[in-house]
Design a protein around this ligand. Structure first.
Ligand code: ADP
Length: 167
């Protein structure tokens, strides 16, 4: 069975990766797909996010990387995924995720949403927290894969250099 794991992944964290690894043990294939959401202004361009995911999942068999815009259920159907996987960190995630899951069911009743509880030691992690820590020079090595840590350092060094020149 194939599962779709959609998200912004701006950037990929070790929490996301943990979910991908666990899903890869349960499903024949995990399609990790970056949603190009027009209402969100990402820090990393699409191609860079895809590369971060490809690099971090290189050694995992059964993991595919893709991207999409529009409806998640339509993409799930087009890539042959019967299940959409979402991670739950805390109750605060639950209400919104449940609303989306119900909506998706009304759109495509045969596509199931599966929630997986995140690992306890990753439950505080989010892409936004990682960006805040990196922006102020904090160490993010325990939060993101090595390639993402390098990308974050480059991004915020470049921004700091730009700000000191023009800011
Ligand atoms: P979105 O904008 O779709 O919420 P995210 O990249 O923030 O995109 O999250 C994608 C998925 O990964 C969501 O299901 C989210 O709950 C899950 N997720 C986010 N952070 C973690 C984490 N620390 N551990 C496990 N799953 C997570």
């Amino acid at each position: 069975m194939r599962v779709l794991y959609p998200g912004s992944f701006d950037p990929l964290t070790l929490g996301h990766l943990d979910l991908i690894e666990r899903a890869a043990r349960l499903f024949d294939a995990v399609v990790v797909a970056v949603l190009m959401n027009p209402s969100k202004q990402p820090c990393f361009p699409l191609e860079q996010r895809l590369e971060q995911i490809r690099q971090a999942t290189e050694g995992l068999s059964g993991v595919e990387v893709g991207h999409f815009d529009g409806l998640t259920v339509t993409y799930a159907q087009s890539c042959g995924a019967q299940v959409i996987l979402r991670g739950l960190r805390a109750m605060s995630d639950f209400e919104f995720e449940l609303q989306i899951a119900h909506t998706n069911r009304t759109l495509a009743s045969r596509v199931e949403t599966l929630f997986m509880a995140t690992s306890a030691h990753h439950s505080f992690l989010s892409s936004s927290v990682v960006k805040e820590v990196a922006r102020f020079g904090g160490d993010v090595a325990h939060m993101v894969p090595p390639g993402v840590a390098i990308d974050l350092e480059r991004l915020f060094n470049r921004q700091a250099a730009h700000d000191s020149r023009y800011g």
